[in-house]
Design a protein around this ligand. Structure first.
Ligand SMILES: CC(C)(COP(=O)(O)OP(=O)(O)OC[C@H]1O[C@@H](n2cnc3c(N)ncnc32)[C@H](O)[C@@H]1OP(=O)(O)O)[C@@H](O)C(=O)NCCC(=O)NCCS
Length: 366
């Protein structure tokens, strides 16, 4: 049963810097994605309350639950404000100025919702909120779905407080360097890449997406008609699996699902997209960042071969912050030795033993 639709109201508070304001649809998507929100209100006796809660977006509400006699119960029927945020990257002052501290900043996305906390009392709606919370926080399932009349849940559904705020006054802020000039932003992307903290490749792609007019920094220079990406979201893993499934080292050995999981696991992974946003090249690595990196699954879509994309993704993965510091970089190939020779790769057997004992035995759990 759908929750009551809200009436239309303007956003929470007017934003001081318009360039940072998110579209309501994006603010809502961010709120739906972030697992934890902070909820603040004032109790009857004037006591301010600030609580951290798991929340879920259901229809046009942000909803949460609590024990029936908790402090949150005292906030029902009262004005409250709720916020959630994601830190994208901290940029030190030195990215922008050799001496002054002032340019130091944090790039982030945040969302705020203001309104009256309303209790949701109708059992089937309460159950829907609780089930939606489970789906968000335990997406793998593994439990009997929550319904109001199931014997497992009748008691909890009637006993818990389920409440929400209508998404009428929602405001999102994406502070992602939109106030800076395009060449400065290109410099910021390069600084993040050179710094190379674990979240930096993702941060630079988020900042780049928020500033589409930024000139391509040299390290992301791509063949005509394509864009190079220093980080790819897990949602692109199925696209990579599609490109790779029929190649000789995967066909018959690994399923699409295994190839996709190998990409979505958070290891260094770069790629290129065509003008329609389709993934047309990809390369990934496993690296300890110091001793050893291994590059896997280098691929260019057949229609795009011979235009420099293979070299572009190889250059980028070798320069990836997690790979560039590795003492030894390995990859296996059946027939593309001359391509990789350009990057300094040689046959392992042509090298004197280094690092491994000469009597090494490499074991495999098949
Ligand atoms: C190998 C592959 C990634 C190269 O991508 P690409 O975009 O076609 O390569 P580029 O356009 O950057 O070409 C780089 C150079 O390498 C050469 N090259 C391309 N494929 C090659 C191969 N299999 N063996 C040797 N050289 C190759 C090209 O001729 C080109 O030489 P040039 O600069 O003198 O013209 C691509 O052909 C591919 O995906 N092949 C199937 C999958 C595969 O074999 N992956 C590598 C497994 S380790």
């Amino acid at each position: 049963m759908p929750m009551p639709a809200p009436e239309h109201h303007p956003a929470a508070t007017p934003m001081r810097r318009q360039e940072f304001e998110m579209l309501p649809v994006d603010a809502r998507a961010l709120l739906a994605e972030l697992p934890v929100v902070h909820l603040a209100g004032i109790l009857d006796d004037g006591t301010p309350v600030l609580r951290t809660v798991n929340s879920v977006v259901v229809d046009d509400w942000v909803a949460f639950h609590s024990a029936p006699r908790g402090e949150k119960t005292g906030l029902v029927g009262r004005q409250a404000v709720l916020c959630a945020e994601e830190n994208v990257a901290m940029a030190p002052s030195t990215f922008f100025d050799a001496q002054k501290a002032c340019p130091a900043t944090t790039y982030y996305r945040s969302v705020q919702v203001a309104g009256v906390i309303e209790e949701i009392t109708e059992p089937s709606q309460k159950a829907r909120v609780l089930q939606a919370l489970m789906e968000k926080l335990q997406p793998e399932g593994g439990h009997v779905p929550i319904t109001a009349d199931h014997p497992f849940y009748r008691g909890p559904v009637s006993g818990l407080l389920v409440a929400g705020i209508r998404l009428e006054r929602i405001a999102g802020k994406a502070k992602l360097a939109q106030n800076r000039k395009p060449p400065e932003i290109a410099g910021l992307l390069t600084s993040l890449w050179r710094r190379g903290l674990p979240g930096d490749p993702r941060a630079l792609e988020i900042i780049r997406a928020a500033n589409p007019d930024v000139p391509t920094p040299p390290f992301l220079t791509a063949p005509a008609g394509t864009t190079l990406h220093a980080w790819l979201p897990a949602t692109a893993a199925a696209e990579a699996a599609e490109l790779l499934a029929d190649e000789y080292w995967n066909a018959g050995a690994f399923s699409r699902d295994e190839i996709a999981r190998a990409h979505a696991g958070g290891n260094p992974w770069v790629g290129a997209r065509d003008g329609d946003g389709r993934l047309v090249a990809s390369a990934r690595a496993i690296s300890d960042g110091g001793k050893l990196a291994w590059i896997y699954d280098v691929i260019v879509a057949s229609a795009w071969r011979g235009r420099g994309l293979g070299q572009a993704v190889m250059t980028l993965i070798l320069d990836h912050p997690a790979v560039r510091g590795a003492r030894r970089v390995m990859l296996g190939t059946r027939d593309a030795q001359s391509l990789y020779a350009r990057f300094g790769f040689v046959d392992r057997d042509s090298l004197p033993p280094r690092g491994f004992a000469t009597t090494e035995m490499v074991l495999v759990r098949a």
